[in-house]
Ligand binder design. Structure first.
Ligand code: PEP
Length: 249
């Protein structure tokens, strides 16, 4: 089963209007060289600006979070419907920084993924173990548990992407070995095959995230069960983000 690779940039809480506009314009200008799908997820304040800068290019626009409800008394939150209305096609849910900083549980992430689907967005559901969990030999069990708790039962490969992001590899410059990444992705595919069936497992895109850079992208993107990357720091430099995309097989 061939899956189109996806390189997604998570800009996190970075960028003012001029920066976002310039970065998006550079990504859009270089996107025709990429042999894969490209996605950028700016902070909520820049969705309109970045959407305008990407117009006419093949680069997709996404957000970094959404609320589970469609509307209501949730001060400071943004709904999936609002993101769709603002031009987004994707939304990241369950990033480990939100799980840690905002105490988001698998149940919360599940509700956010369902909200994304309700609004017609593709949910990028993030999972990944802490260093202590890996050291304790629990990485596969933790990730399987997060998938079980966060992935809606009616998710499809068309409306869902799953990103494996070991917490200890995010922003640290450290990555698991290629063997460990492949082993985890294979385990993730087996996990979703058991819960969602073989067709879903064969078609769903599994991204790796955690210190992906131009220098390690070829090895990571060449792994059989890796269908792209969720990129944090390197997505803030258009040249690096685009260079990662050139390593899609
Ligand atoms: C991320 O936070 O999604 C991420 C992968 O960050 P970095 O690439 O900086 O490790």
């Amino acid at each position: 089963m061939s899956r189109t690779m996806l390189i997604a940039g998570n800009w996190k809480m970075n960028g003012l209007t001029a920066d976002g506009k310039a970065l998006a314009a550079l990504v859009a200008a270089g996107s025709s060289e990429a042999g894969c799908d490209l996605l950028v997820c700016p902070p909520a304040t820049l969705i309109g600006t970045v959407g305008a800068a990407l117009a006419g290019s093949s680069v997709s626009l996404g957000a970094q979070d959404c609320h589970g409800a469609e509307s209501g008394a949730h001060t400071g939150d943004v709904s999936a419907e609002m993101l769709a209305d603002a031009g987004c096609g994707f939304v990241i849910v369950g990033h480990s920084e939100r799980r840690a900083d905002h105490g988001e549980s698998d149940e919360t992430v599940h509700a956010k993924a369902q909200a994304a689907h309700r609004a017609g967005l593709i949910a990028v559901i993030c999972v990944g173990e802490t260093e202590a969990e890996r050291d304790a030999g629990q990485a596969e069990a933790v990730v399987a548990g997060q998938i079980g708790g966060s992935l809606p039962q009616n998710a499809t490969a068309a409306n869902t992407v799953i990103a494996y992001e070991p917490v200890w590899a995010i922003g640290t410059g450290r990555t698991p070995t290629a063997e460990d990444v492949q082993a985890m992705h294979s385990h993730m595919r087996a996990t979703v095959a058991a819960s969602h069936g073989g067709d879903f497992a064969g078609q769903v895109r599994l991204l790796y995230g955690g210190s992906v850079k131009p220098g390690n992208a070829a090895e990571l993107m060449g792994l059989a069960d890796v269908d792209g990357a969720l990129v944090g720091g390197a997505s803030l430099v258009a040249e690096d983000f685009l260079a990662i995309a050139t390593h899609c097989p």
